[in-house]
Structures are given as structure tokens and as C-alpha cells.
Design a protein around this ligand. Structure first.
Ligand code: MOS
Length: 694
């Protein structure tokens, strides 16, 4: 058997790349179904209240309209665990944009036209959509997201802060942010008697199947979920969204296959957003720059539908040594669309605030901001006291400073000028948890010398399929072209979703174990393989989720150079350079793409992304890509990602940490710090639009 020891870590190209660029890859809305109809949702036009009447007569009179589902007559489903999925079950309107009717028609165009003919009457109620740090209904939840404690505190943070030689007491604000994957949320659903098949754009089909089975009261083996190709998610497809339920309802009602591809303008109210966060940071330091107190208090919002607490104070429990620490969350339920997961939930807004405040502290101390961070490097994880499984933040900072040319920096703001431009540089650190969840996989050796690996993993554009094939090839000591990998189908061995930067670690662990077992059995096998080959199965339950006495996180450092136009206030990023320590990098091409893609998303967060909640309408006016500005090519001239290869034996058999999210953590702070260095202006509210800079 040909052996290659270079397959893991190699810059293997995406296995499905050709299919994608030639249009052969099928996304959820594209699976051909004979007799397929299309659905278009009708969003609520009031902020809070009840639907009193849905008059669909004009819509139904339109030729080609098959049905109009309303809260009064839509199929009843079992109550979901996630209340955002309880669509068309009752007349209540918990926020503007909530689905109040669904039109099904022969064509997409007819469905859309008919949706505008549906007349909905409401009883409107007073509403409250305004987040403030002193909101009277704000409360401190026991837990923030991901089961993390709402508050972690030790020592005497108030007293230590009051007594500190140097103090920074600042407030930062991050606006609502939206995931906006290129492929909107979409589902094609088909019933064959009591069997349901869906093609859905999801980060995890295993969850989608469980939710459908529960809500439509079917055994799981009567539900098939296909998510073969997914055009991005960034967290917004981590849990099922209303398209999954509505498409299945519409297919049930019309006895036709139905596709519901969410119109982009309805995504912000329907698929979650990064909740706005208000931060208060208090940093106290001794004259040497050692933190004596660190207080990070976050106020955020959730909806009336469910509690979602953006865990933005959490990274302050990981980053810096301090004897006196307080991190806490407050949340208020407003009449707003439900927030949800968005790339690096918690860490991304939290590290914007913390790393900006660290820059302010460095300035107050007259100390270099790289040196300040190194000075506060902890021996143990501050929040838990646990040792780190590996932590190379200092190396990332040093390597980044070297590559970026930080040494020659004049720390005084506003000293570099180029015509109308003021130039500046900034630095910020990054961190993201490294974890894994249980998964199952099979590996089969075939008599022709090839292998088949099966796991219900999802590739949302990251290269998951490819890296799993690399892990298999590496473990089987074969070449990539001899491995056939199947993912994205619920007939495959179950696995958890692509989220929390856990995908490769979790799925790869199961793939590794199945392949290792198969390799051992092949070595023991005498004679030719049976015609259907030899198969091994792995289940990592009890191992991937085992408690370990280590704090496991990836770390990184961002360096940014900006030019700020003194006439217009426009900020241009000239250079972004990130250095990451994320365990072993398993595919240098796709990992680099994850790092740089996330850094670019962080650049958008810094400069252009963000939405408002219109007080008159209770909705996001910035609901499409014309009004919600994500970076374009011209905005990202030089983005570099580098890494320090780590040997961490406390992770998984591959020694990898996730790379999907850390790139967006701290990026906005590095850019904001560079803007301050360029101009002397400290903006504490994102995005850094010209009106805020001038
Ligand atoms: Mo990511 S926000 O954990 O899908």
C-alpha cells in the first residue's frame, strides 16, 4: 500500500471544488423534484400583538397559487424545544417579521406576488425594543450561552480597582450583526406517505432530523435529511430555522414537494443575529502594568420568544492574570427578533471590548500594548484556575510583531501622515475554546484497494469533507485519491453539527478511530478481502466529551495598519496580519481560508457592518446586502494568516484545535486600536463609520 506521510497538513484542494464551480453541486433549493412548488413567507407588519384576521382571498385568486397557510389553519405540530420554530401555531406576534402566513404556488414568482396580496389585520400592543445598560427589566441570568456561568468573580474587584495606581473605566458598544451566508436558509421538503425527506441548508442534519421527528411526531427513521452542500452559515444554520418546518408543513398541506428559500430581506428577523452588547470595562494596574483588577460587565438583549445570552464576558476569564476578577452578564427580553449564534459568539464582541480597553490601559501606562499583554500572561486559566493544555499567545504576539514590523512603531498617536491620510497600527489578542463532541463514523476497505468513509458531518464551505478524507488517508497510510468520503446525509452514522469550531475535532476523531480500527484489522487479515470489503465503526461518546483537567483554547494575535482620511473620515485597512496557535493545522489551504475569511468578517465588524432597530418599526432597516455592508475585495488589500504549530496531546488524536472562529476574535479591536493610533480618536462604538471618526 502506498504510504504518504505528508497528507495531513497538506494544502489539499477541496474535493468538491470542481462540482461547486461548475454548478454540479446541489444546494437545498436545487434538488430536482417532480411537481415541486414554491413557498414565500408573509412577515408580521407590527412589532407586538396578535393576528386577528388573515384575508387570503386575493392571494388565492391568483392563478398558480396552491395554498395559503395561516395561524388558524396551518398543520398543528408538537411544541418545539426551540420556540422560534413554533410558526403558524397561534396568532401571537412576538416581533416584527415573525411569520404570519405562508403562500405556496406553482412558481417562485407567483408565490412572491401572492404573498403581497395577503391582507393581515392585527391587534397591536405597546412594545419595547430599546436596549440600555440600566434597563429596568434587565436581569442577571444564572447561565449565559453554552451553559457557561453568568458570573465568575474572585477577590475584591471593586476595592482593588478603586485602589489601583492606573485605572481605565470605559464603555463599549457592539451593534446587532447579521450572518448573511451567501446561500440563504432554504429547505425542499417532500412527503411520501408518512415518510419525510428534506434537503436543507443546515450546519447539522442530525439536529434537523431530531427536530422534524419530534415536531411532526414521526420516528426518526421516517425522516431523511440531506445537506450535501451548504453555502455558508456562520452559526445561523447551527439550529433549524423556520424554513425547515414551514416547507414540511407546506408539502403536507399541498401533497407536493415544496421549496422554501428565505428571501434575504427576511433573514435578519428570522434566522437570528448577533445580539447587541453594551460593555463596561474597568481595568486597574500597578505601575509595572500588572492588572490588579479586571471587571467586564455585559448587558445584552434577547427576545420575548426565548432567552439567548451572548456570552461576551467569557473571554475575560481566559485572557489575563489578575487577583481580582469580575465577569458578568445582564440580559433584557425585548420585543425584538430572537438573537442567535454568530461566528465566535461571546468571544467576538467580548474581545472587541476587552482588547480595546487593554489598548487604553497601555496608553494610560505609557507602555507598549504588546508588552502589556505579555506582562499579564497567566500561569493558569484565571476563571477556573486550571492549567492550559497549551497556550502560545506570547509566541503569537512576538511572531506577529516580528512579521508586521511592530518594533519601529512610534507610539504617539497622529504622527504618521501621508497627504490627507493619517496612518496608524494596532494590535489585539484572540482566543477561542478548543473542544470536541461525540461522533460516530464507519470506514470500509474494499477489495480494489480503496476506502469508503461515512459520517453525517456537514461541509458549510469550510473544507470539512476534504480534511476528513485527509485524516482518513493519514490514519490508513494511503493516498487521498483512494479515500471516498460521504457526508451530509442522515442515513450516515450520526454526528453533531458544524459549530463552535468543533467540527473537525469531533468528526475527525471518529473518522480517525474507525480508520485506526480498520487498519489494525486489515493488518491481521489473511488472504483477500470479501467482495463487500471489511468495515470498522467508531463512536467517541465517553471520550470526546470526557472531562479533562485542562483549559483548552486556541490563541492568536492580530496586527492592523489603517489609513484614516482626515477629510472624509473614511478608514481603509492597509494590512491585517494574524498569527494563530491552534494545535496542528490539518490542511494549510483550507485553514488559511478559515483564518483570513474570519479576519475579513472582523474587518467588516470594525468598519461597516452593524444594524439598527428602527424605533418606529421595531425592525432592522439594514436587511439586505445593499444596506448591510460586508467587505468587498477592494476593502481587503493585504490579509495574512500565519500559525505556530502546537503539539498538544490533550485535544484529540489529530492534536487539532478548531480554526473556524478565532480569526474574527479581536480583529475589530486591532483595527479600532490602529484608528486611535492614527488619529488620537478613541471610538467606543462599532462600526467605525466616518461620522464617528470625524
Ligand atoms: Mo458557530 S457561531 O459556533 O456555528
Amino acid at each position: 500500500m502506498p504510504h504518504t506521510d505528508t497528507v495531513l497538513g497538506a494544502p489539499a484542494e477541496r474535493l468538491e471544488g470542481r462540482q461547486k464551480v461548475t454548478g454540479a453541486a446541489r444546494y437545498a433549493a436545487e434538488h430536482p423534484q417532480p411537481g415541486r412548488a414554491h413557498a414565500w413567507p408573509v412577515p408580521a407588519a407590527v412589532v407586538r400583538g396578535r393576528v386577528t384576521e388573515v384575508d387570503s382571498s386575493a392571494a388565492r385568486a391568483l392563478p398558480g397559487v396552491l395554498a395559503v397557510l395561516t395561524p388558524g389553519d396551518a398543520p398543528r405540530v408538537a411544541e418545539p424545544e426551540d420556540a422560534t420554530l413554533a410558526v403558524l401555531q397561534d396568532p401571537r406576534v412576538p416581533h416584527r417579521g415573525w411569520c404570519v402566513a405562508l403562500v405556496v404556488a406553482e412558481t417562485l414568482e407567483t408565490a412572491r406576488a401572492a404573498a403581497h396580496l395577503v391582507r393581515v389585520r392585527y391587534d397591536s400592543e405597546p412594545y419595547d425594543i430599546e436596549l440600555s445598560a440600566d434597563h429596568p427589566r434587565a436581569y442577571e441570568p444564572e447561565e449565559a450561552n453554552a451553559g457557561l456561568p453568568g458570573r465568575v468573580e474572585h477577590g475584591d474587584p471593586e476595592g482593588a480597582f478603586a485602589a489601583a495606581a492606573t485605572r481605565v473605566d470605559v464603555a463599549y458598544r457592539v451593534p446587532p450583526l447579521h450572518n448573511h451566508p451567501m446561500e440563504p436558509h432554504a429547505t425542499t421538503a417532500r412527503w411520501d406517505d408518512d415518510r419525510l425527506t428534506v434537503y436543507t441548508s443546515s450546519q447539522g442534519g442530525t439536529t434537523a432530523r431530531a427536530v422534524l421527528a419530534q415536531m411532526f411526531e414521526l420516528p426518526e427513521d421516517k425522516v431523511t435529511v440531506v445537506s450535501e452542500h451548504v453555502g455558508g452559515g456562520f452559526g445561523s444554520k447551527g439550529t433549524p430555522r423556520p424554513d425547515l418546518i414551514l416547507a414540511a408543513m407546506a408539502a403536507l398541506r399541498t401533497a407536493r414537494p415544496v421549496t422554501l428559500a428565505y428571501p434575504r430581506r427576511q433573514l435578519p428577523t428570522t434566522v437570528g443575529h448577533r445580539a447587541p452588547t453594551l460593555h463596561r470595562l474597568r481595568l486597574g494596574a500597578d505601575p509595572d502594568g500588572r492588572l490588579t483588577a479586571l471587571v467586564h460587565e455585559v448587558t445584552t438583549q434577547t427576545s420575548r420568544v426565548k432567552e439567548f445570552v451572548e456570552q461576551a464576558a467569557v473571554p475575560a476569564r481566559v485572557m489575563y492574570a489578575t487577583p481580582n476578577l469580575r465577569t458578568l452578564h445582564r440580559v433584557v427580553a425585548l420585543d425584538v427578533p430572537s438573537p442567535s449564534w454568530m461566528r465566535a459568539p461571546g468571544e467576538s464582541p467580548g474581545m472587541y471590548a476587552l482588547e480595546s480597553a487593554m489598548d487604553e490601559l497601555a496608553e494610560a501606562l505609557g507602555m507598549d500594548p504588546v508588552r502589556l499583554r505579555i506582562r499579564n500572561e497567566p500561569e493558569h486559566e484565571p476563571g477556573t484556575g486550571m492549567p492550559f493544555s497549551s497556550r502560545h499567545l506570547v509566541q503569537c504576539l512576538r511572531e506577529g510583531a516580528r512579521r508586521f514590523g511592530w518594533e519601529d512603531r512610534d507610539p504617539r498617536p497622529g504622527t504618521r501622515r501621508e497627504g490627507p491620510w493619517l496612518l496608524g497600527t494596532g494590535v489585539a489578542a484572540a482566543t477561542y475554546p478548543a473542544s470536541a463532541v461525540p461522533a460516530t463514523a464507519t470506514a470500509r476497505a474494499l477489495p480494489d484497494g480503496t476506502f469508503e468513509v461515512r459520517i453525517n458531518a456537514t461541509d458549510i464551505g469550510t473544507g470539512a469533507r476534504t480534511v476528513l478524507a485527509q485524516i482518513a488517508a493519514d490514519t490508513l497510510a494511503t493516498t487521498l485519491d483512494r479515500v471516498r468520503i460521504e457526508i451530509g446525509h442522515s442515513d450516515l452514522p450520526p454526528a453533531w453539527l458544524a459549530g463552535g469550531s468543533t467540527g473537525t475535532a469531533s468528526w475527525g476523531w471518529a473518522v480517525h478511530d474507525a480508520c485506526a480500527d480498520l487498519a489494525a484489522r486489515l493488518a491481521a487479515e489473511e488472504g483477500p478481502l470479501p467482495p463487500d470489503g471489511l468495515e470498522a465503526h467508531a463512536d467517541t461518546a465517553g471520550r470526546a466529551d470526557a472531562e479533562v483537567p485542562y483549559a483548552r483554547h486556541a490563541f492568536g494575535a492580530h496586527f492592523a495598519e489603517v489609513a484614516v482620511d482626515t477629510v472624509t473620515g473614511e478608514t481603509r485597512v492597509r494590512r491585517l496580519l494574524g498569527v494563530f496557535a491552534a494545535g496542528h493545522i490539518l490542511n494549510s489551504r483550507t485553514a488559511r481560508s478559515q483564518f483570513t475569511g474570519a479576519m475579513i468578517m472582523g474587518l467588516g465588524m470594525a468598519l461597516t457592518e452593524g444594524s439598527t432597530l428602527d424605533p418606529a418599526f421595531g425592525d432592522f432597516p439594514e436587511c439586505d446586502l445593499a444596506s448591510y455592508h460586508v467587505p468587498a475585495n477592494a476593502d481587503v488589500p493585504a490579509v495574512e494568516a500565519h500559525w505556530i504549530d502546537e503539539d498538544d496531546t490533550h485535544l484529540n488524536p489529530m492534536g487539532s484545535k478548531g480554526v473556524g472562529e478565532i480569526g474574527i476574535v479581536g480583529t475589530a479591536a486591532a483595527i479600532g486600536n490602529a484608528v486611535h493610533h492614527a488619529t488620537g480618536v478613541r471610538c467606543r462604538e462599532l462600526p467605525l463609520t466616518p461620522d464617528r471618526i470625524l
